[in-house]
Design a protein around this ligand. Structure first.
Ligand code: SAH
Length: 387
């Protein structure tokens, strides 16, 4: 079976390398001791494990067969026993600004999304942590059907590897401005990262390892709806991860309408946990604010937000809402957005508007997966893009 790359217009383009059958255990989710035991049973030295990891993480290997530094007989045996990647590329969209969006099909046929955003000298992976999301934010596509399950460590790592393998390779002279590795990670795909914190932290540990992907903690942003106990736990980890808290409203009444989990949590508990995160890590917290036309974009809201954040060393990231088919919200109009920004700035709040990247494929996070799932369901068969 071969997955197919689609361009932004969704026309079939280049075929990708054949993927591994999905029923085998994923290598990246196989405990190191089990893998060493597997090697020992075959009279192989345990350093083979490091050799294979180097192939995957440093050399971009996507099949055991391509690992030419391994004994010839071992390669097919590995391929019979493990899936090098447990995920398959269901869709691959590319935009003219070098943004790539992947829908990955997991071994249990669920689908997730991840995105590569590239700029001069910067390549950011936006990754998912759950299938679906249980937070139910009313404007978001990811949570429309609730949460199905947490992603495994291997599934989180595979997103990073798949995206890294789309960055320019060392010997590709074209576009010298684009990096040849991932430089940043934003955990802003599907799911609530802090609801899958253990697996996320384990994956980020590998991502940060120089023998892994070498992406330092300061270049990793974890975005949360705001789970106070988990924010505190994250602070305890002793890493310099950047925390982004999705606020979306300046008061509890409005926030509960937009982010239903707020009813139980309440904003003051979230802000307090975020303050503690700052005290403990010294890392300034970013507050995300999805701007929904006519709902939370009035100058009064901006003034109230400024009062709420007064005295906090905080930064606000405004995200004009990305349309989600079937949802009754609107992008803010330009005048209202400018006014909102100016009001915050006049009150001394540091604020930025998130740039729109890959706009032609940008179907807000979680939407592409829904489309792919719906198509697969209509056909009642396997993948949309497998030929
Ligand atoms: N569960 C995490 C990660 C969500 S995705 C969290 O709540 O932070 C990262 C950000 O994108 C969040 O702030 C989320 O609210 C926002 N987002 C989700 N859907 C969006 C949409 N359609 N338009 C704009 N921003 C959206």
């Amino acid at each position: 079976m071969r997955a197919t790359v689609y361009n932004a217009e969704m026309t079939p383009a280049l075929p990708l390398a054949a993927d591994t059958p999905v029923c085998l255990p994923g290598l990246l989710d196989t405990p190191a001791d089990d893998f060493r035991a597997w090697l020992t049973e075959r009279n192989q030295p345990s350093m083979r494990a490091a050799q294979i990891r180097r192939q995957i993480f440093a050399n971009r290997a996507e099949s055991f067969e391509s690992m030419t530094d391994l004994p010839k007989d071992l390669r097919p045996e590995l391929a019979r026993s493990f899936a090098l990647f447990s995920t398959r590329v269901e869709r691959h969209l590319t935009a003219s600004d070098d943004t790539h969006k992947l829908v990955l099909r997991l071994a249990d046929d669920r689908m997730i999304e991840c995105v590569l955003i590239q700029d001069e000298g910067r390549a950011t992976a936006c990754i998912s942590t759950q299938v679906g999301c249980g937070m139910g934010c009313v404007f978001c596509a990811s949570g429309l059907n609730g949460v199905v399950r947490n992603l495994t460590v291997g599934e989180i790592l595979e997103q990073l590897l798949r995206l890294r393998n789309l960055t320019r390779s060392e010997n590709d002279p074209g576009r010298p401005d684009l990096p040849t590795r991932l430089t940043h990670i934003v955990v802003m795909g599907m799911g609530e990262p802090l609801a899958n914190l253990d697996n996320l932290l384990e994956a980020l540990e590998v991502a940060g390892d120089p023998k892994g992907l070498g992406i330092g903690a300061r270049h990793v942003t974890i975005s949360t709806v705001g789970l106070p106990a988990k924010i505190r736990r994250l602070a305890e980890v002793g890493k310099q991860y950047h925390l982004a808290v999705s606020l979306h409203a300046p008061n509890d009444a409005l926030r509960t309408r937009i982010v239903p989990t707020n009813e139980k949590t309440g904003m003051s508990a979230i802000l307090q946990a975020a303050d503690e995160f700052f005290d403990k890590t010294g890392r300034q917290v970013t507050y995300e604010y999805v701007v929904l036309g006519g709902l939370n974009d009035r100058a009064d809201h901006a003034r109230e937000l400024a009062r709420l954040l007064a005295g906090r060393k905080a930064h606000v990231n405004l995200i004009p809402w990305n349309d989600v088919e079937g949802l009754p919200y609107h992008r803010p109009n330009d005048g209202d957005l400018t006014n909102f920004i100016e009001t915050l700035r006049r009150s001394g709040v540091s604020v930025k508007v998130r740039k729109r990247k890959g706009s032609e494929i940008d179907a807000a996070c979680g939407q592409l997966r829904r489309k792919a799932e719906a198509e697969a369901a209509t056909r009642g068969t396997t993948t949309a893009s497998v030929v």
